[in-house]
Design a protein. Structure first.
Lengths: 335, 230
C-alpha cells in the first residue's frame, strides 16, 4: 500500500534538481525521509479515523478545560486592571475645616509623589451640585445648615494604582489632620483580586494535571501502536536501523495526535465562547461592566496547537523510551 | 572477514552455548555451519550480528572488534551484514518492493537510488515482476528469495543465513544455494547455518561443525594473522 506514494512524490523533481555534493544529497535524503515518515504516520492515524478521533477528542477536552479557564482568568484580570485605573480616593474633611485650611491641605496632598491630581470640592459647591443632582432642594433648605464637608478627590499616579499602593495612600491621607473619613471602594476589587489569584493557581495546577493526563493518554496510544508494529521494529533494528530511525514514526504519530487534539480543543473553546457570549454580555451589562470574554485569538490558537503537539510528542517519547528500546531482535534468530 | 578468537558464550546459570570457538572466514568464502539442535549455531550467528555479546574471546567482523562496540554503533555494523532467516521475517503490511527497500531506507539512501537498487536485487533473485505484490501472495520459495533480496540489497560484505532452505523442496534449495554461491563469487563472505546434510555434501564447501558449543570440525587458526580489513 505504501509503494505508490513512495515513488510518485519523488519522481517529478527529477534528476536536474538533485543536489550535487554528497553532503547536500545526504541532507536532502534525510529531509525526504522525515517527510515520508511524517506522511506515513499521518496516514496511519487517518486509516483508523474513529480511534484517532477519540484520542483527539480526549486530548481536546483535556486541553480545552485549562485553556478556557485561562481565558476567563485573563478576562477577569482585565476587569480588575480597568477598575484600578479609575481608582479614586475620596477624603472627607472634618466639618470645622475652613476653606483656607482645605486648600492648604489639597496643596499638601498634591505635593506627594504618588498623587497625580487633587480636586477640592468645597462644601458650598458640593451642596449646589447635590441640590441640582438629587432634587432634594426643599429638604436641604429645611436643614438650614450645609451638612456637607469639604471633599478632596484624589487621583493616584498611574503606577500607584495597584490595590496595595492605594491602600498605602489611604493610610497616608487618613493620617493627615482635618481628614475625617477616607473612602475608596477597593474592597470588592481586592476580593476579586484574591479570587483571581486563587483561580490562577487552580488553573495552573489543573493545567499541569491535564497536561500530564494528555501525555499519558498519548503514551498509552503510542504504546499500542508500538505493539502493533513490533515485527516492523524488529526488522528495522535487524537491518541496521538506529534507535532514532525506529522512534521517528512514533514521535511523529505523537505530534499528529497533538495537532488533532489542539484543533479539537480550539473548536471546543470557540463553540463555548459563542454559546456563552450572549449571557455574559447581559450579565456584564447588568453590572455596567466592560467585561468581555476574550477568545484565544490567532496567536493563542497557534500557541495552543504547538503546545498540544509538544505534549503529544512528549507522550510518544515516554512510550518509545519505555517500550521501544526493549524490543531487541534477539528472539528473531530462533533457538 | 569474520573471525572468532577463543569465543565462549555462557548464558546465566550453567548453560554454556559456545566454548572457545576459533575460526576465520575470508573474503568471498562460503561456509556451512552445522550441528545438532542447541549446538550453538544460532548463538554464533547472534554474536556476529551483535544480538549477543561473547562472555570471553573476541569476535571480529570486517576488522571491527565487536566486543568493545558501543551500543549505538551496533546499527552501523548490522548494515554490513545481510541476514536471511528460515521464517524470512517479511512484513505483510507492505509490498515486496518496500520489504526489500528497508535496509536502504534505514541507511538514508535517496529514494531514486532505492528504486534502482531494489529492482536490481529483485532482478537478481528473479522476482522483478512481483515488486508490487504483498509477500503473503507469494509461495514459500519466493518469500525466501524476497528475504535474500532484502539481505543483499545494500551489498553487504557479509551474508548470514539461518536455515534458509528449511521449508523448501530440493530443487528450490538448490536454486537458493546457487544464489549464495554467486554472491560469494563477487566477494561476499557467506555463512549458512543448516541441518541439511545432503545439501552440504552436495555443495562440497567448508563446513563448521558445532557439538555442544564446541567447534569440532572446520575451525582454523586465524589465516595470515587474521587482520583482514575491508
Amino acid at each position: 500500500m505504501a509503494a505508490d506514494p513512495k515513488q510518485k512524490p519523488d519522481n517529478p523533481r527529477g534528476a536536474a534538481t538533485r543536489a550535487k555534493s554528497p553532503i547536500n544529497n545526504q541532507a536532502r535524503s534525510y529531509l525526504d525521509h522525515h517527510r515520508k515518515v511524517a506522511r506515513d504516520s499521518a496516514r496511519r492515524l487517518l486509516k483508523t479515523p474513529i480511534a484517532s478521533l477519540m484520542t483527539w477528542t480526549v486530548m481536546g477536552v483535556a486541553l480545552a478545560l485549562p485553556v478556557a479557564l485561562l481565558l476567563l482568568l485573563t478576562s477577569l484580570q482585565g476587569v480588575s486592571a480597568g477598575w484600578e485605573s479609575s481608582a479614586r480616593i475620596t477624603a472627607y474633611l472634618s466639618m470645622d475645616t475652613t476653606t483656607e485650611q482645605a486648600r492648604a491641605l489639597a496643596r499638601e496632598v498634591d505635593s506627594d509623589g504618588r498623587i497625580l491630581s487633587v480636586e477640592l470640592v468645597e462644601r458650598d459647591q458640593a451642596l449646589a451640585e447635590f441640590r441640582a443632582a438629587s432634587g432634594l432642594g426643599d429638604a436641604l433648605d429645611f436643614l438650614g445648615e450645609n451638612p456637607l464637608p469639604h471633599t478632596l478627590l484624589i487621583t493616584p499616579q498611574e503606577n500607584a494604582r495597584t490595590a496595595e499602593s492605594v491602600q498605602a495612600l489611604v493610610a497616608f491621607v487618613e493620617g493627615m489632620g482635618q481628614v475625617d473619613q477616607v473612602q475608596v471602594d477597593l474592597g470588592w476589587l481586592q476580593r476579586l483580586n484574591a479570587m483571581t489569584d486563587i483561580l490562577a493557581r487552580a488553573v495552573w495546577a489543573l493545567s499541569l494535571l491535564l497536561g500530564a493526563a494528555v501525555i499519558l493518554v498519548i503514551g498509552n496510544t503510542v504504546r499500542l501502536a508500538i505493539e502493533n508494529r513490533r515485527d516492523e521494529i524488529l526488522v528495522a533494528k535487524l537491518v541496521g536501523g538506529t534507535d532514532a530511525f525506529v522512534r521517528r514514526p512514533f514521535l511523529y504519530a505523537g505530534a499528529w495526535f497533538g495537532l488533532g487534539g489542539g484543533v479539537v480543543a480550539w473548536v471546543l473553546i470557540q463553540v463555548s465562547l459563542w454559546w456563552l457570549n450572549g449571557p455574559i454580555e447581559r450579565l456584564a451589562d447588568l453590572y455596567r461592566s466592560e467585561f468581555v470574554l476574550q477568545g484565544p485569538g490567532f496567536e493563542g490558537a497557534a500557541a495552543l496547537i504547538i503546545i498540544a503537539m509538544l505534549l503529544g510528542w512528549l507522550g510518544a517519547w515516554v512510550a518509545v523510551k519505555r517500550h521501544l528500546d526493549d524490543i531487541e531482535p534477539g528472539e528473531i534468530a530462533g533457538g | 572477514m569474520i573471525e572468532f578468537r577463543q569465543v565462549s558464550k555462557r548464558y546465566d546459570s550453567d548453560h554454556t552455548a559456545l566454548r572457545q570457538v576459533n575460526f576465520h572466514l575470508g573474503r568471498g568464502e562460503l561456509a556451512f555451519l552445522t550441528g545438532h539442535s542447541g549446538a550453538g549455531k544460532s548463538t554464533l550467528l547472534k554474536l556476529i550480528m551483535v544480538m549477543e555479546r561473547p562472555s570471553a574471546g573476541e569476535v571480529i567482523v570486517g576488522g571491527q572488534r565487536l566486543n568493545s562496540l558501543p551500543k549505538r554503533q551496533i546499527p552501523y555494523i548490522r548494515r554490513h551484514i545481510g541476514v536471511v532467516f528460515q521464517n524470512h521475517q517479511l512484513l505483510f503490511d507492505r509490498t515486496v518492493f518496500d520489504n526489500v527497500a528497508m535496509p536502504l531506507e534505514v541507511m538514508g539512501v535517496p529514494p531514486r537510488d532505492i528504486g534502482r537498487r531494489v529492482r536490481a536485487a529483485l532482478d537478481k533473485v528473479g522476482l522483478l515482476s512481483k515488486e508490487k505484490m504483498n509477500p503473503m501472495q507469494l509461495s514459500g520459495g519466493e518469500q525466501q528469495r524476497v528475504g535474500i533480496a532484502r539481505a543483499v540489497v545494500n551489498k553487504p560484505p557479509v551474508l548470514l543465513a539461518d536455515e534458509p532452505t528449511g521449508n523448501l523442496d530440493p530443487q528450490l534449495s538448490a536454486d537458493i544455494m546457487q544464489l549464495f554461491t554467486e554472491f560469494s563469487q563477487v566477494g561476499v563472505t557467506v555463512l549458512i547455518a543448516t541441518h541439511d546434510i545432503a545439501l552440504i555434501n552436495q555443495m562440497g564447501r567448508r563446513r563448521l561443525t558445532l557439538d555442544h558449543g564446541e567447534l569440532i570440525a572446520g575451525g582454523s587458526a586465524p589465516v595470515g594473522g587474521g587482520l583482514h580489513g575491508r
